[in-house]
Design a binder for this molecule. Structure first.
Ligand code: SF4
Ligand code: SF4
Length: 212
């Protein structure tokens, strides 16, 4: 799932600059992250109206990253959309750009920051597990990913700063190299650590379009 966080209200208000707005949410990831589901959109609508900002309407796209479906949904709210000067989108960055593609004449504001591709650990807790590098090499690490889960992207062992299994960058974070070590140890496969990897080929992350 794509994990996002709502921008600070002050920033959203600064971007809106008292203009009439139409609010756009997303039925999938942003709903799960509680950044752009119907509940959050209605709360934002109320907050903006209390600040005397005109909210001409809202829609929850299903989902915001689907260009053709979004176009159909927008047709149903055309009248309210036309009264707005700005569209505030509460989805991942992909959804924001889908909206921008559809509305050439309206200013589009992103109400969220898109953070990472993550696992849903609990209803309110997400963990970064992938940065979509374009060449998945998790099999080398027993199914764990230091590319995304080590802040230093260490590929050939830990940086040396880990203490008690925690990452030196953040004590909230398990050192992924500790996790990899323990998982290989459990399987009696510590010899796998002898393999030295060449630097990652980041050109694989440069695919911009795929047609299937
Ligand atoms: S190796 Fe790349 S594609 Fe695989 S999980 Fe890690 S970041 Fe994602
Ligand atoms: S402590 Fe572990 S996870 Fe943190 S930067 Fe070092 S190797 Fe990476």
């Amino acid at each position: 799932m794509i994990i996002s966080a709502q921008k600070q209200l002050e920033e959203i208000l600064r971007l809106i600059n008292n203009d009439p707005v139409f609010l756009i949410g997303c039925s999938e990831c942003a709903t799960m992250c509680k950044t752009g589901g119907e509940e959050e959109i209605l709360i934002m609508k109320k907050i903006l109206e209390q600040k005397e900002i005109t909210v001409t309407g809202y829609v929850i796209l299903d989902p915001a990253c689907n260009l053709q479906k979004s176009k159909i949904q927008f047709k149903n709210v055309k009248e309210n959309l036309n009264k707005a000067k700005k569209l505030v989108v509460f989805s991942c960055g992909n959804g924001v750009q889908t909206v921008s593609e559809i509305f050439e004449n309206l200013e589009v504001i992103s109400g969220t920051n898109t953070l990472f591709l993550g696992e849903i650990k609990h209803a309110n807790e997400f963990e970064k597990n992938c940065i979509m590098c374009g060449e998945c090499i998790q099999e080398i690490f027993n199914g764990f990913c230091p590319v995304s889960r080590c802040p230093k992207h260490m590929l050939n062992g830990p940086c040396g700063g880990s203490r008690d299994g925690k990452c030196e960058v953040s004590s909230n974070l398990d050192c992924i190299w500790n996790t990899i070590y323990l998982s290989y140890k459990k399987k009696g496969q510590l010899n796998k650590f002898k393999q030295i990897l060449a630097p990652k080929d980041w050109s694989k992350s440069l695919e911009f379009k795929r047609v299937i």
